[in-house]
Design a protein around this ligand. Structure first.
Ligand code: PAN
Ligand code: ZN
Length: 206
């Protein structure tokens, strides 16, 4: 057997990226249609700066083997659409029992989590916070601060992402919004449709 080569990558916190990453992608306003509640505010933002980067991911993926891990860094700009803070698309892992670790590097973030049966948790993601995303939890990060949010993540290389789970339920059950004084609060998502028992079983939940 030829063993894989050990590798050091390094987190560039001010640059918000993983140096030595094997891949990178960027999501701009134009890629995030349908995520935000305020359609008029989204249209205005889209008209003004459709190419404006909202978040960028750099990751080191040695392989996609079960047992291997993907390590990466996400950098997210501060901002809002209407009163809703900038956020990632969010997903459940395609192999839904795969868990993940997030580690805060810079900025003021919230990790919004939702179980298949609709329980919601919102956990702080600040520098040196380690957030454990358990198996089966849908997760998304939100920049509730006024500076860039930067965090590291590590997850099993065979996990994959299923973004459709959020689309199929009309979004996550809760939205992270400005509380009117620069902080954040959760607001119920009026478009949310609870998952059916069949949809929950299809996730492979024992
Ligand atoms: C992270 C996220 C990354 C971007 O690597 O994929 O922060 O968020 P979206 O994938 O929701 O756009 C992760 O959770 N990987 O599993
Ligand atoms: Zn994930």
């Amino acid at each position: 057997m030829k063993f894989m080569e050990p590798v050091t990558c390094s987190v560039d916190v001010p640059g918000g990226e993983l140096r030595g990453a094997s891949g990178r992608y960027r999501k701009a306003i134009r890629d995030l249609a349908g995520l935000y509640e305020d359609a008029d505010a989204f249209e205005r933002a889209f008209g003004e700066y459709r190419e404006k980067p909202v978040y960028e991911v750099t990751a080191f993926q040695p392989s996609s083997a079960a047992g291997d891990v993907i390590t990466g860094v996400t950098r997210m700009s501060p901002g809002t659409i209407g009163d809703e803070y900038f956020m990632t698309r969010g997903h459940i892992h395609a192999i839904a029992d795969r868990s993940e670790i997030y580690y805060g590097e810079a900025g003021d973030g919230v990790m919004l989590l939702e179980s298949p049966t609709g329980e919601t948790r919102a956990l702080p993601l600040r520098p040196r916070d380690v957030v454990y995303v358990p198996p089966y939890w849908i997760h998304r990060t939100v920049n509730v601060g006024t500076t860039e949010l930067v965090f590291l993540f590590v997850y099993p290389a065979d996990a994959g992402q299923d973004y459709g789970i959020i689309e199929r339920s009309g979004g996550m059950r809760s939205r992270v919004v400005d509380d009117g004084s620069g902080g954040w609060t959760l607001r119920a998502n009026a478009s949310y449709v609870a998952r059916t028992p069949a949809q929950i079983v299809a996730l492979g939940i024992p």
